[in-house]
Design a protein around this ligand. Structure first.
Ligand code: RIB
Ligand code: CA
Length: 311
């Protein structure tokens, strides 16, 4: 069976890094490109992290740089969740900068979508700025993307404010455009990703695989677990769960709803409005993940990390 072509658009980030490694251990897909966006940390770091991970693990794919500022002025919002440069306290050897593709993310998305002739899927695990730029510059992209699998939003609550999840909060204007574009989209939000938590035993099991991806994943998990010990976020596999939605759908229960993004409001900017009661009478435009089978997800993720770079 032909491998499904993907682009991973990410703001790498500790959990993004684990999702990237899982993707290269997924036998169902081929990663055509890894594109960076501003998000967890500045794009100069997210792009460098992507290049270094790909180079360090000897992964075959293109790495493109992307958007450096969102379409919603958020100023200097960066915090220490992912460390100063995005991979916590994990340091990778710097890959030669010449290894970056000369193409920017949004143009690469357009080019590869045409090359894949309607089969391209996007794993969007950061703010949606690159996707919005690609659609804005090439409206025909809408008919060429088979599916967007987005770690995005939430039905209830937020991790950036009382109502907003970070990827949406960081660029709600881009997210609003993407959700309204008409591309089939699955929204994997905090309702399930905050339950996708790994523990120390999981980290040590993954380290025992002994491959570079396993050791790197375990080191990133150590950072995340130590962060949690001092009051930070737990080792939530937000982004890897979005990949699981695409290739291991039995990990999740999803339902179709109409979703829109609030771009204003003291308490609501960045909120994903999910019309769970159908009050608006609008056709659903997204599949929304509601329930997680944690054991199935963990087992799948570990196997992907174990296989990273070999499938
Ligand atoms: O809210 C979680 C999301 O924000 C994840 O994608 C994480 O990497 C951060 O980008
Ligand atoms: Ca991310």
């Amino acid at each position: 069976m032909a491998k499904r072509p993907f682009i991973i658009d990410c703001d790498t980030g500790t959990d993004d890094a684990i999702a990237i490694m899982a993707a290269f251990g997924c036998r169902e897909i081929t990663v055509r490109a890894v594109t960076s966006v501003n998000g967890n940390v500045k794009e100069e770091y997210t792009s460098r992290n992507n290049l270094n991970i790909v180079h360090y693990l000897g992964l075959e794919t293109e790495v493109m740089r992307g958007a450096q500022i969102p379409f919603y002025p958020r100023g200097n919002y960066y915090d220490t969740t992912h460390g100063a440069t995005g991979l916590g306290n994990v340091v990778l050897p710097d890959a030669p900068k010449e290894k970056f593709s000369k193409e920017i993310a949004s143009e690469a998305i357009w080019r590869i979508a045409n090359e894949e002739d309607g089969e391209l899927e996007l794993l969007v695990i950061g703010p949606m700025t690159n996707i919005a730029i690609a659609i804005s510059n090439h409206p025909g992209l809408v008919g060429k993307i088979k599916h967007i699998w987005a770690m995005a939003g939430s039905v209830v609550g937020g991790n950036c404010s009382t109502t907003a999840e970070f990827n949406i909060w960081a660029d709600p204007v881009s997210a609003k455009l993407v959700f309204a574009a008409g591309i089939p989209i699955t929204m994997i939000g905090l309702d399930v990703t905050e339950k996708a938590v790994l523990n120390r035993a999981d980290a040590e099991e993954i380290r025992s695989f002994g491959n570079r991806a396993g050791i790197l994943t375990a080191n990133i998990l150590d950072y995340m677990l130590n962060r949690y010990k001092v009051g930070g976020e737990d080792a939530m596999m937000h982004d890897a769960l979005a990949l699981a939605a695409a290739v291991k759908p039995e990990c999740l229960v999803c339902r179709d709803y109409f979703v829109d993004v609030e771009c204003g409001g003291q308490y609501t900017a960045g909120h994903t409005m999910v019309d769970v009661r159908g009050r608006l009478g609008k056709q659903p435009n997204a599949s929304v993940a509601l329930e997680l089978d944690l054991a199935a997800f963990k087992s799948w993720l570990k196997e992907c990390i174990r296989q990273c770079g070999t499938v």
